[in-house]
Design a protein around this ligand. Structure first.
Ligand code: MG
Length: 427
């Protein structure tokens, strides 16, 4: 089998005005849909974070791997490594710089697995070694937010929204607002654990929000907070003490492996990261310093599905737990995450997902339905999903019309508050 073409389609979909340490989500979130075509008529699909540099790099990937056999994933990875040798690039806000080769192989790996699964008549989970569980739990992902639906409605409401899609338009700017959001989201999706994206307000407000969630949901709901490394070490120690016995894990309160390691000596809450350790090359120092207890993986960042399976083995070798990070995404990413989650023996936490914040889809059958906060995978070959080309075109037109080609949460925040800067926002 030979790869004959890679079709890259940038899309934009409605995203509500969610707040984080880097600023504010734009009215549209960007993704890129990838189709890898073969000479045997089999097409594999994938989905990754959008952005102009990613689009440029994908063109180079296309030049590099057309003509190669999709089964030869190792040779493809090596070819991409050689193409992008030592090229570094900035990813989305807050993630610094990373190796483009890893990012580009991550971009195509799901589509390659989809092709292989279709060719051999097996679901992707079987190609990863088979199921260790039939369903994967996901966590409610809460945000402080302004009122509004995002997309064409911006900070206004969609008058036709009902149910959760109406509830999610509510402002959540204090503990009560976040508790309302949590109740609505957990009722709709059945989630049994909760994560709060923090780093927005004073740490006391965010600590009070976690304590309000504990009061509203009781001890049976594991709680996590993620200030996106905006707190100082001293602040992390101070508020970490207030959250001992309350949090399941404390996600990236402060920046750098050194600060996390120092914090870890001071508080009893497990520390998790998707910011201080985001690649295999950072694991030796992570382990040597004792920077954290849990790595939050992401197949879009760590080098694809197989690489994430390998990360699970490495985490268990060093006594680290494994959980899963997410960005704004649609159903191809969600399905790939679910295949991975069903296959990963070391996964010991509910996975993050932004999916409830979205309302559109690019796959046939529309929005994926959660049951009791979890998802399973089908036995259909490959990912078991198909692109809806009408929807894909609609979301591509959104991309062309929305005027956003790169994510920049700081610029979006400055449209609301011209004096706001990322640097000034450190506690
Ligand atoms: Mg995080």
């Amino acid at each position: 089998m030979k790869i004959t073409d890679i079709v890259v389609t940038p899309i934009a979909f409605t995203d509500p005005p969610l707040l984080n340490a880097a600023g504010l989500h734009a009215p549209y979130a960007l993704r890129i849909i990838i189709e890898i075509k073969t000479d045997e008529g089999i097409t594999g699909i994938g989905e990754i974070a959008g952005g102009s540099s990613v689009l440029d790099s994908l063109q180079k990937v296309k030049e590099t791997i057309v003509g190669m056999d999709p089964f030869e994933r190792n040779a493809i990875r090596l070819a991409i490594d050689n193409k992008f040798l030592s090229v570094m690039d900035s990813m989305s806000v807050g993630y610094g710089h990373r190796n483009v080769a890893v990012r580009m192989f991550s971009a195509i790996d799901v589509a390659l697995f989809d092709i292989i699964g279709k060719a051999v008549g097996k679901p992707v989970v079987d190609l990863l070694g088979g199921r260790v569980r039939d369903r994967v739990d996901f966590s409610a992902y809460l945000f402080y937010k302004y009122e509004g639906a995002g997309g064409p409605f911006g900070f206004k409401r969609n008058p036709n929204a009902t149910g959760w899609h109406k509830d999610k338009e509510e402002a959540a700017l204090d503990p009560d607002g976040v508790v309302y959001q949590a109740k609505a989201m957990c009722k709709e999706f059945g989630f049994k654990s909760i994560k709060l994206k923090a780093g927005v307000f004073h740490p006391q407000v965010e600590t009070d929000t976690i304590l309000a969630l504990r009061k509203a949901f009781g001890e049976s709901y594991p709680l996590r907070i993620d200030p996106n490394a905006i707190w100082s070490l001293e602040t992390s120690i101070k508020y970490g003490h207030m959250l001992e016995g309350v949090l399941e894990y404390f996600e990236d309160p402060c920046k750098s492996q050194e600060s996390m390691a120092a914090l870890r000596k001071e508080i009893s809450i497990p520390l998790a990261t998707n910011m201080c350790t985001t690649s295999f090359g950072e694991i030796p120092s992570d382990v040597a310093l004792g920077a954290d207890d849990i790595i939050l993986s992401d197949h879009h960042i760590w080098g694809g599905l197989d690489a994430t399976m390998q990360l699970g083995r490495i985490c268990s070798t060093f006594g680290l737990g494994l959980s899963m990070h997410s960005n704004s995404h649609l159903g191809i990413s969600l399905t790939a995450m679910t295949h991975l989650g069903c296959a990963l023996p070391e996964l010991s936490y509910a996975m993050d997902t932004h999916y409830p914040w979205q309302s559109e889809e690019v796959i046939k059958g529309g929005r994926i339905q959660f049951e009791d906060g979890s998802l399973g995978v089908s036995n259909e070959p490959g990912l078991g999903i198909e692109l809806d080309y009408e929807q894909l075109e609609k979301l591509h037109q959104n991309y062309l019309n929305c005027g956003i080609i790169d994510r920049n949460d700081e610029i979006e925040m400055q449209k609301v508050n011209p004096d706001w800067t990322f640097a000034s926002h450190v506690y």
